[in-house]
Design a protein around this ligand. Sequence first.
Ligand SMILES: N[C@@H](CCC(=O)N[C@@H](CS)C(=O)NCC(=O)O)C(=O)O
Length: 203
Amino acid sequence: MQGPVKLYYNPQSRAAIVRWMLEEVGAEYTIMPIDFEAGDNRTPEFLAINPLGKIPALVLADGTVITEAPAIIAWLADAFPDAGLAPAKGSGEAGAYYRWLFFGGSCFEPALTEEMMRKGQPSLPKASIGWGAWSDVVALLERAVAPGPYLLGERFSAADVYIGAQLSWAGMFKAPGITDSEAIQNDVARVTDRDAYRRAMQG
Ligand SMILES: N[C@@H](CCC(=O)N[C@@H](CS)C(=O)NCC(=O)O)C(=O)O
């Protein structure tokens, strides 16, 4: 790693997951606060970093910009190998690891957003959307976390950070099937019972 990174951040956003990951790996970082009300994410300076006007965005010491929470998390796991949060490249375990990171970004997150935003409107057609249906996503995740202690078995990984943070949010948003699942609640309790999580959530 080539020096401190900058995290564009608001505590009430997906950037909180990245802060948790930064604490897990022990990275040196500077918080760049983004006040949505003040329009900090719509300034020309920020739009030059992420034209979507969205956080998290991580800017490396060499100026490289990384957006998309799972990409940032995967990069940090690789950049700080001593933290031991990514399996060996090309191993079977890495296959499962990437599965959960990508599932988190391309299935779990949009399914949760759709479920919370549709407000009584019919769901999008299950066969045509990449995540199928919310109830199927929850059932799959419940099965994945039930054996425990972690998604990869005995080993805590960056995939637990990403999926665990989203399961925790889904419970806070009272998304169907989350708070009444013992397996999911046990997983959330287990993966968030960490000093790095507590440090990150202190604000
Ligand atoms: N795909 C992005 C989603 C980022 C995102 O939606 N961020 C929200 C906050 S949680 C945001 O910045 N919204 C402000 C806006 O779009 O105006 C990721 O996974 O990092």
